[in-house]
Design a binder for this molecule. Structure first.
Ligand code: SAM
Length: 248
């Protein structure tokens, strides 16, 4: 159940509350069934992706990777724009990293930033098993520390595509860094931007919601960015993605 549904169910009483909770469960079961149908047809996982999730589970990582059809969307986006360089913020076990790295041509490069050394180790092993360790590199540390170091490296960037999927409170800072490391035509994707509908709450105290709202305001007023966002439902509940392009 999403946070919004739990909140709604808690706020309701008695039989009405139970009906709300049941309705939410039924909706989520249908979203998941549709995701299953679409994924089986259009975004089936191969062994490397399946094993990446199994290894993440075995290591006790949280189950918060993108869904297969979302991973495929990232891959298609990277391919459609002919991306050669990708910067990901938030690696976890490298599941989205595998989808993205597979889109890159010979000589392409993906850098993924991860705070947690244990997550990074699982991701590195998953990338090696997928045969992507030459193309995809995981760097550990808080992204707000690894980003300036990356930017100071000779030849760092510009990156063609950014996937931002880490601590949501820092979403505005990550979008600013992406802009810094971009070129005209680069694309920035930010995950989990709807948060079970909580994003419309201007008085939200949740730092993830506040950070994401700040990020939307930044994208809206930044003349170098042209963006949109949309809601999604599925195995990952009710959420959404922001996609923005760095204008010429
Ligand atoms: C939602 S998960 C990433 C999922 C991954 N993109 C996928 O779809 O397979 C978020 C990850 O961001 C990492 N993270 C959280 N705060 C961070 C920070 N300050 N800097 C870098 N990574 C961070 C977490 O440790 C976690 O592994």
């Amino acid at each position: 159940m999403t946070d919004a549904h739990q909140h709604e169910a808690r706020g309701a009483h008695g039989a009405h509350g139970e009906r709300v909770a049941r309705g939410a469960h039924e909706a989520e079961a249908r979203w998941s069934a549709v995701d299953g149908y679409l994924t089986d047809l259009l975004a089936p996982e191969d062994e490397a992706l399946t094993r990446a999730l199994e290894a993440s589970d075995a290591a006790g990582l949280p189950r918060i990777a993108v869904a297969p059809n979302q991973g495929k969307l990232l891959q298609l986006l990277a391919r459609a724009m002919g991306a050669r360089t990708v910067l990901e913020i938030g690696t976890l076990g490298g599941y989205s990293t595998i989808w993205l790295a597979r889109a890159l041509p010979e000589g392409g490069r993906l850098i993924s930033l991860e705070y947690d050394e244990r997550h990074a180790e699982v991701a590195r092993a998953n990338l090696a098993r997928a045969g992507l360790d030459a193309i995809a590199e995981v760097r550990t540390g808080p992204a707000l520390e690894t980003l300036p170091k990356l930017a100071a490296e000779p030849g760092a960037g510009p990156f063609d595509l950014f996937f931002i999927d880490a601590d949501k409170v820092n979403n505005p800072r990550y979008v600013s860094w992406a802009l810094e490391l971009s070129r005209p035509g680069s694309v920035i994707v930010v995950d989990n931007v709807v948060r079970g509908g909580a994003i419309t709450d201007a008085d939200a105290q949740d730092p993830s919601v506040r950070g994401t709202r700040e990020m939307f305001e930044l994208v809206a007023r930044e003349p170098r960015l042209d963006g949109t966002a949309f809601q999604t439902v599925g195995t990952k509940g009710w959420d959404g993605l922001l996609v923005a392009r760095v204008v010429e």
